[in-house]
Design a protein around this ligand. Sequence first.
Ligand code: ZN
Ligand code: ZN
Length: 333
Amino acid sequence: MMEILSALLTTAAWFGMCMIVFSVLAVLIPLHPRQPLWRRESFLDTIYWFLPSVLYAPLSLAMVGAGLYLMHGGDEQRIAAFVKQGYAPIATLPLWLQFVLLLVISDFIQYWIHRSFHGAAFWKFHAIHHSPKEVDWMVAARFHPVNFIVSSIFVGTLMILLGFSPVLFAMMVPFNYLYSGLVHANVKWSFGPLKYVFASPIFHHWHHTMSDQGGNMNFAPTLAIYDWLFGTFYMPKDKLPEQYGVDSDDVPEDFVGQLFYPFLNPQVQEELHAARTPKEYAESVPSQENAVIAAHAEPAPAVSETKATSIPAGAWSDTNAGNTPSTPYVDAP
Ligand SMILES: [Zn+2]
Ligand SMILES: [Zn+2]
């Protein structure tokens, strides 16, 4: 009980911090200047923000505990040693290198999990995250429990069992809060040339548009380079994302309704979201507007292009492993 109370207080502190930081940014450099700081669905998103403290923390502990027990055959001394320092060789690497490694591995896995959730079979779980018609930092936590458990708890448990130092996971908490809040924030920021490496607010806002505008692209949570490598990078040069939401307008606007939404209508519709890029969509439904979309769909540049080589070597440097993970992004929007 005390653990849950303490987790709730920690979440409240981060919630307050994110509210201040991202509200100030939304006023200074808004992507949508007329969007209010408190939206119609902000209260609902607040529930999703506090859900992990109550629901997922015990589940996460149980999964890690079960994994460790199985890996060590119940040997308490070995489990205690692992909890203290992780596993060699990964845990013996410098912390900044572990941070980079963790990001590279977990982002790769999460890219593919996220892409799978956009497929017809799992889309209804993920539609909860995509249903808001206005997007800001609060949407960062809005995930159906099934989506959250697979994308975050499962991947987090896997990373812990791989042997990364437990200290690293304490560092990841502020990073995750701030980074996922930032990419959802109502902020007109693309990270300039670093947009091919890191997910920016504009990058992720494109992901929240309808499937015929970019909603089936930009899957990486942090490293946009995976979208670039796997051909799902989408940031048109002369356009900004405008409308958000899902193609089928049937996602309930209340918490309980959203929990049951994926189960109540089991026949999976052939959603437009199912594995179609804006370009493919435009080709399948030819119209004047879609021709424009196809023309704007920026193809993922080849790895050998100058854009790839012009990525500053320092992008991966220890600036990312420090205490202020947002410091590398200093370029203008
Ligand atoms: Zn998505
Ligand atoms: Zn999102």
